[in-house]
Design a protein around this ligand. Structure first.
Ligand SMILES: Nc1nc2c(ncn2[C@@H]2O[C@H](COP(=O)(O)OP(=O)(O)OP(=O)(O)O)[C@@H](O)[C@H]2O)c(=O)[nH]1
Ligand SMILES: [Ca+2]
Length: 500
C-alpha cells in the first residue's frame, strides 16, 4: 500500500486552477515587461531633429562673407549647439569700396545670398534672421564721408529687405563690439562658458583694424575698455580694445606713407622697401597709399611711384616699429599709442589675417625666435623664387607676406607685449570645429539672446538616461517578484516537510 498522503497536499494537487493561474500570471508579466521595454525603445528612438537657422554678413574692409548657422530648435539655450554650416565669400572688395557707386553695393551680395538661402529649408526661410555687421572699412568711410556711408548701408538694406528671409538690420558695429563678439565666439565654440572653465583671449587682425580681448583680473583704469558679462551664471570682466588703422592693409599704407615722405616729390621716384622681396618692382598710384583717413596727407597727392623691394628683415622690422608710438606708454600698463592694456592673461586664439599670414609662412608653431629667423630668411628670398615656389597664390597676397609677417610679430611683441615666454600661449586658428573664428557667431548669439545670463535648470538625468533606468527597473522588478515567490514556496514546503 502506498503511504497515505497528507490531507493538505492531497487538496493542493487536486486544485485544477493552480497551473493555468501561474501561466496567466507569467504571461501578464511577460507582456508587461515587453510592453515597458518597447515603450522605452520607441520613446528613445532617433527623432528627426528640427533645426533653426541664422545668417550673418560680415561686411569687412577687404571683403564680405556670408555665414549660415544652424542649431537644434529645442536646444536654443544649450551652448555649443550652434554650428556654421556654410560660408560664401562675396566676389570683389568690401562694401566701403562702393562709396562712389552705392547702388551696386546691395546687388553685389546677390550670388552669396542666393547660395546662403539655398542652405535653409524653404519652410524655415521666413523665420531665419539675417544680420549685416560692417566693420572698420565702413567706420573709416563714415569718418570721411558720412553720406556715402549712409547710402552704402541703405543699398545693402534695400537688397536684403526683399529676400524671403527675416531681415533684422544692417549697421556699423563698434570696434569694442567686434572684439567682444570675437571673444564670445571662441569661448562659445570651446564650450568654456557652460563648463565654467578658463576662457581664451581673442586676437583678430583685419584689413583696417585689429582687436585684442581677454579676461583680466585688473581693476578698470580705463572703463571704456572693459565690458562686463554674466553668462551661464558666471561673471566675466573682459578687457577689449580695437585699433582702427592697425589692420594689415592700413598698416601697410601707413608704412609706405612714412617712407614716401622721405622721398623727393618728383613723380615716379623709387621707394626702396625692405619689407618687399629683392627683384619686386611695380609702378603704383600715390592715391593707393594716401586715399585713407588713416594716412595723414598734405593736399591730395597724385601721380605714381616705383615700389621696389630690397628684402631685409631687420630693417623692415625697424620701419614697422616706427608705426607704433611707445613714448606715451612709459608710466602705466599700456600697449601702444598711449592705450591702456592690463597684463596679458591666459591663452589666446589669433584668427583672421593672424592665421592667413602665419599659416602661409609656416609660423603657427615654434618659438618667437624661430619665427624671426625664418622670416629673416623668407624676406631675403628673391621675388622671382617666391613667385616660382607659389605659382597659385594671388600676387598681391604673395608680395605682402614679408611685410605682413613682420607686422604681426611687431604688433604681438612690441605692441601687445607678448614675450618669448608667452608666445606659446598664442594659438593661430582659423576654425574651431566647423565654425570660423570671428565676430559673426558671437554677434548672432547675442542678437538672438542665445546665451542666457543664468545656467538653465536641468533634470538630473538626460532623457535617454531616464528611459534606460526605467527599463532596467522594469526588468528587475518581475525578476525580484519571481525570486521572492520561489523563496516563499521553498520555505513553505520545508515547513510542510517538518509537519510531516
Ligand atoms: N593671405 C591671405 N590674406 C587674406 C585671405 N583672406 C583675406 N586676406 C587678407 O587678410 C586681411 C584681413 O582679412 P579679413 O580678416 O577678411 O579683413 P576684413 O574683415 O575685411 O577687415 P576688417 O574690417 O578690418 O576686419 C585683408 O588684408 C585681406 O585682404 C587669404 O585667404 N589669404
Ligand atoms: Ca574682420
Amino acid at each position: 500500500m502506498s503511504p497515505r498522503q497528507h490531507p493538505l497536499l492531497e487538496m493542493k494537487t487536486k486544485n485544477p486552477w493552480h497551473r493555468p493561474l501561474i501561466i496567466c500570471v507569467a504571461i501578464v508579466f511577460a507582456v508587461a515587461v515587453i510592453g515597458m521595454v518597447t515603450t522605452g525603445v520607441i520613446q528613445n528612438r532617433h527623432i528627426r531633429q528640427k533645426y533653426k537657422y541664422g545668417i550673418v554678413l560680415d561686411a569687412g574692409s577687404s571683403h564680405t562673407s556670408v555665414y549660415v548657422y544652424q542649431w537644434p530648435a529645442e536646444k536654443e539655450n544649450n551652448t555649443g549647439m550652434v554650428q556654421q554650416t556654410h560660408v560664401c565669400n562675396v566676389k570683389g572688395k568690401g562694401i566701403s569700396s562702393y562709396a562712389g557707386s552705392p547702388d551696386a553695393a546691395g546687388s553685389a551680395l546677390g550670388e552669396c545670398m542666393e547660395e546662403a538661402r539655398s542652405k535653409v529649408p524653404t519652410e524655415r526661410q521666413k523665420e531665419t534672421p539675417v544680420y549685416l555687421g560692417a566693420t572698420a572699412g565702413m567706420r573709416l568711410l563714415r569718418m570721411e564721408n558720412q553720406s556715402a556711408s549712409d547710402q552704402v548701408l541703405a543699398s545693402v538694406e534695400n537688397f536684403l529687405k526683399v529676400t524671403p528671409l527675416s531681415y533684422q538690420g544692417a549697421c556699423i558695429i563698434t570696434g569694442q563690439e567686434e572684439g567682444a563678439y570675437g571673444w564670445i565666439t571662441v569661448n562659445y565654440l570651446g564650450d568654456n562658458f557652460r563648463k565654467a572653465q578658463r576662457t581664451m583671449g581673442a586676437l583678430d587682425l583685419g584689413g583696417a583694424s585689429t582687436q585684442i580681448t581677454f579676461v583680466s583680473g585688473v581693476e578698470a583704469q580705463s572703463p571704456q575698455d572693459f565690458i562686463h558679462f554674466r553668462l551661464y551664471g558666471n561673471e566675466y570682466h573682459v578687457y577689449t580694445h580695437s585699433f582702427l588703422c592697425y589692420g594689415k592693409d592700413q598698416a601697410l599704407r601707413l608704412a609706405l606713407s612714412h617712407r614716401l615722405r622721405a622721398l623727393p616729390e618728383t613723380t615716379n621716384s623709387t621707394l626702396l622697401d625692405h619689407c618687399f622681396h629683392t627683384g619686386y618692382r611695380k609702378q603704383k598710384d600715390l592715391s593707393d597709399v594716401y586715399d585713407s583717413p588713416c594716412v595723414s596727407k598734405q593736399g591730395t597727392p597724385t601721380g605714381t611711384f616705383i615700389h621696389q623691394g630690397a628684402g631685409n628683415w631687420s630693417l623692415c622690422h625697424q620701419h614697422v616699429q616706427g608705426l607704433f608710438n611707445f613714448s606715451q606708454c612709459a608710466k602705466r600698463s599700456c600697449s601702444f599709442n598711449g592705450v591702456f592694456q592690463p597684463p596679458l592673461q591666459g591663452t589666446f586664439g589669433a584668427f583672421s589675417a593672424f592665421f592667413f599670414v602665419m599659416n602661409f609662412l609656416n609660423l603657427t608653431s615654434g618659438s618667437l625666435d624661430d619665427a624671426k629667423q625664418r622670416l629673416t630668411s623668407y624676406c631675403s628670398t628673391p621675388w622671382e623664387k617666391i613667385q616660382k615656389d607659389h605659382p597659385k597664390v594671388k600676387e598681391k597676397y604673395l608680395s605682402e607676406y614679408c611685410f605682413s609677417g613682420t607686422y604681426i610679430l611687431t604688433l604681438l611683441e612690441d605692441g601687445y607685449n607678448f614675450t618669448s615666454d608667452t608666445w606659446k600661449e598664442i594659438k593661430f586658428i582659423k576654425k574651431i570645429g566647423d565654425s570660423d573664428a570671428g565676430w559673426t557667431l558671437g554677434y548672432m548669439l547675442n542678437m538672438t539672446n542665445m546665451i542666457p545670463a543664468e545656467a538653465p535648470d536641468r533634470p538630473p538625468l538626460p532623457h535617454s538616461g531616464y528611459v534606460a533606468v526605467m527599463v532596467l527597473l522594469a526588468l528587475l522588478l518581475p525578476g525580484l517578484l519571481f525570486l521572492g515567490y520561489r523563496l516563499f514556496r521553498r520555505s513553505g514546503s520545508a515547513s510542510r516537510k517538518q509537519i510531516v
